[in-house]
Ligand binder design. Structure first.
Ligand SMILES: NC(=O)c1ccc[n+]([C@@H]2O[C@H](COP(=O)([O-])OP(=O)(O)OC[C@H]3O[C@@H](n4cnc5c(N)ncnc54)[C@H](OP(=O)(O)O)[C@@H]3O)[C@@H](O)[C@H]2O)c1
Length: 290
């Protein structure tokens, strides 16, 4: 199932495959066809994943299967510079949202992924030295050259979104942020309100809390009755809990197992009751809403 992440586009699968842990060719080559088959067609990358190695790995599989590109949407990110063996010029981990870095990072992602265009490019983290005019100029350049179709941000606060959007002609179509039952703060601190005002969809990273809570017996004992009620797994009700929110959420699941991605897709068909939504929130907060 696909949906528009912003009224002006693009259309993404409601469950997105996050590839930061797709660290082997076997994982990439088994996950891509399995998820395309079920309708998960959007893949979330960043230049830095796998210390700058995952785009190349994914691209090598795409090169062997060129027909897959037209069925999928590719998202990548730029703006973080990591210390890595392949980047001896980096003396410290830092951010870079200069025109030159945004353009060269996007062009490098295209080369590694063996594709002519990215469906979406995100600024990975808010950069204290960001010059909004320069970011806007880089977006114009990449769009006019046909290299990137849509633009957005990641980990931005409400006010950081407002500033950048005022300088960009293109709509910022999403803010990719951490949100889950275990980390619901953005629903309460104004971030999702601002995104809804700009009609930006929400790409939710770590929607299952990065898998950390599946081994927490106390939390699982409290979530299991909800899973039983909806005849689903705990992972599925965690995703269904996000889909209930009105901010047009696209969870990015980070599993490396095709079966779990397919299970995630099925959560789209679970409609959590309003009172159960608050009851699940109470499991984590330990108290009722005010
Ligand atoms: N924009 C940003 O700053 C940012 C930051 C972090 C991540 N991201 C994006 O978000 C994506 C997802 O992040 P995440 O990996 O933390 O997501 P997640 O979906 O919350 O967690 C996935 C982890 O949970 C484990 N897991 C255990 N039981 C599971 C179950 N029943 N179903 C599914 N997974 C289960 C998975 O292990 P198995 O592999 O064994 O299934 C995997 O290690 C990343 O790939 C990346 O694309 C973006």
């Amino acid at each position: 199932m696909k949906a528009l992440i912003h009224p002006q586009g693009p259309a993404f699968s409601k469950v997105i495959a996050g590839v930061w842990k797709w660290t082997s060719k076997d994982i990439v080559a088994s996950c891509i066809p399995a998820v395309l088959e079920v309708g998960i067609t959007t893949f979330d990358h960043a230049d830095i994943y796998g210390r700058y190695t995952i785009e190349e790995l994914f691209g090598s599989v795409l090169k062997d299967n060129p027909g897959w590109r037209k069925e999928m949407q590719l998202v990548s990110k730029c703006g973080i510079k990591l210390l890595a063996e392949s980047k001896p010029e980096h003396r410290i981990k830092h951010y870079d949202t200069s025109f030159q870095h945004i353009v060269s990072s996007a062009e490098n992602s295209l080369r590694l992924l063996h594709t002519d265009y990215l469906d979406l490019l995100l600024i990975h983290r808010p950069d204290p030295l960001m010059q909004p005019e320069e970011v806007a100029k880089a977006f114009d350049h990449l769009q006019q050259s046909g290299k990137v179709r849509f633009f957005g941000v990641s980990n931005f606060t409400a006010s950081q979104i407002d500033v950048l959007q005022r300088f960009c002609i293109q709509p910022l179509v999403t803010n990719q942020i951490e949100v889950s039952l275990f980390k619901p703060e953005v629903f309460f601190d104004g971030t999702t309100d601002t995104m809804m005002r700009w009609k930006m969809g929400l790409m939710a990273w770590s929607p299952l809390g990065s898998g950390k809570y599946f081994s927490d017996e106390k939390i699982m004992n409290e979530l299991n009755p909800f899973a039983e009620k909806y005849e689903a797994s705990v992972a599925q009700i965690l995703l269904a809990w996000l889909f209930k929110h009105p901010s047009n959420i696209f969870p990015i699941t980070g599993t490396t197992k095709p079966g779990r991605l397919i299970e995630a897709y099925q959560s789209l068909f679970i409609d959590i009751d309003r009172q159960d939504w608050f009851a699940m929130l109470k499991v984590i907060r330990g108290k009722d809403v005010a």
